[in-house]
Design a protein around this ligand. Structure first.
Ligand code: SF4
Ligand code: SF4
Length: 429
């Protein structure tokens, strides 16, 4: 793609990087049918190619076109389905991240939207605040229809039952059963451990059984993915540095073979810490070390190998919903299904597996209409399947799909835990 960046702009490393990304796009349009927002809205400005043009215009106009650009970038899910199909290898992820950061600084959002976005970013990423908020939301849920357009979707999404408090705070070490094979850190996360603490408990149990000491060094810790997707670059970098510091200390003291993440949205973000802090001389190298140690929970299980199949999994039918952040963000495709099959579950084929469920961080709260359309499309493919469980690998997808599905939607690690002797994953609606 031809660009008209000024010489001054090209002297800036961040804009030089954007120009290099842009030049790779050959306008072929292969990304259009893969894009969820284009497929439901049919407007080229809500497609990857359209957004690439809009962001180019934003840069060339030095921000003057922000009012025309921002609504279409806001509608982008950052699902990265476009990157999987792009034959030219356009790095849309960092391109749209750059745009979000610029928009956050330039765009005048209505004050209510601004406050709402800030509030969500802080509340959801802090378990100590998020849990009490959910407890209150249960009482307000029946009145969701009376709430303002901003708060109604958030109340509608609140679970009817809030899981017992099992937030991992401070430093914990969970010792391997039998012979120790590896020492790994687990990202405790933020919203996930409030909404479904059984995911961390299952992860620890399975890793212990497979011979890993599991250390949690940053309890109540958000990796910053949420605020990053809201364009809050500085807050996102601060969170990354705090996590890197904690993991580096652990690495220097007792050593770490891997850092395990069981929320694919966070995993995709942590694996990108090297890029996030590439201009920070002090943190660049540690960030790259952390990123290279990071693995999705399915990757470490594959590496360690599952023991002979358990009795529970035999014959239990499961449909797997691939989270975009695992499938497109981390390019982990059939591995979770393969592991479930090895554990004895019967995997049923799912249609349109590349298609986003509309969760996408807090997209379902800030773009509820589009998110609902995507959710319904995804639920339609799953609701009539003759399965006992829908498995996934990201808490956002789990909550999004469960709201409206009777079949329990669970994390794949909970099913593996069950097959290896743990308890049956709970249904939380
Ligand atoms: S990230 Fe997803 S929603 Fe955004 S342009 Fe790419 S395919 Fe479309
Ligand atoms: S598929 Fe890639 S090269 Fe083709 S239009 Fe989309 S982003 Fe550009």
């Amino acid at each position: 793609m031809q660009t008209n960046f000024s010489l001054d702009q090209l002297a800036r490393p961040d804009l030089k990087e954007m120009e290099t990304i842009l030049r790779k796009c050959v306008h072929c349009g292969f990304c259009l049918p893969a894009c969820p927002t284009y497929s439901i809205l049919g407007d080229e400005r809500d497609s990857p190619r359209g957004r690439i043009y809009l962001i180019k215009d934003l840069i060339e106009s030095e921000g003057a076109s922000v009012d025309a650009v921002a609504p279409h970038i806001d509608k982008c899910l950052s699902c990265l389905a476009c990157t999987t199909v792009c034959p030219s290898g356009v790095d849309y992820r960092h391109y749209v991240d750059y745009a979000r950061k610029q928009i956050e600084g330039l765009y005048r959002r209505p004050l209510g939207d601004k406050i709402f976005r800030k509030l969500l970013g802080r509340l959801i990423s802090s378990p100590g605040l998020f849990r009490p908020a959910l407890l209150w939301a249960r009482y307000l849920k029946p009145f969701a229809g009376l709430a303002s357009r901003r708060f109604a979707p958030a109340l509608g999404m609140a679970p009817r039952r809030v899981a017992a408090k099992q937030i991992l705070t401070g430093r914990h070490v969970y010792l391997a059963e039998g012979v120790k094979r590896q020492r790994v850190a687990l990202l405790a996360g933020c919203a996930q451990q409030v909404l479904r603490p059984s995911i961390n408990q299952s992860t620890i149990r399975v890793l212990n059984r497979l011979g890993c000491d599991v250390v949690v060094v940053y309890g109540e810790g958000c990796c910053g993915a949420l605020v990053h997707h809201l364009g809050e670059e500085s807050a996102s970098r601060d969170r990354a540095r705090a996590l890197i510091k904690a993991w580096e200390q652990e690495q220097n003291q007792e050593g770490l073979d891997a850092i395990i993440v069981n929320t694919s949205g966070c995993g995709s973000h942590v694996k990108d810490f090297g890029h996030l802090l590439k201009d920070d001389d002090e943190w660049r190298a540690p960030a790259m070390r952390v990123a290279s140690l990071t693995k999705d929970v399915s990757e470490i299980i594959d590496e360690l190998g599952l023991p002979k199949r358990g009795a529970v999994g035999d014959g239990v039918r499961v449909a797997y919903h691939a989270p975009c952040t695992l499938l497109h963000g981390q390019k982990i495709d059939t591995l979770p299904e393969r592991l479930l099959e090895q554990a004895g579950f019967v995997m049923m084929p799912v249609k349109e597996k590349h298609f986003c469920c509309g969760s996408a961080g807090i997209y379902n709260l800030v773009q509820p209409e589009i998110a609902d359309m995507l959710k319904e499309r995804r639920q339609q493919t799953l609701q009539d399947m003759p399965v006992e469980f829908v498995a996934t690998g990201n808490i956002g997808c789990q909550r999004q799909l469960q709201s409206g599905l009777e079949t329990p939607v669970v994390h794949m690690i909970e099913l593996l835990d069950w097959a290896l002797g743990g308890s049956k994953p709970p249904l939380i609606k």
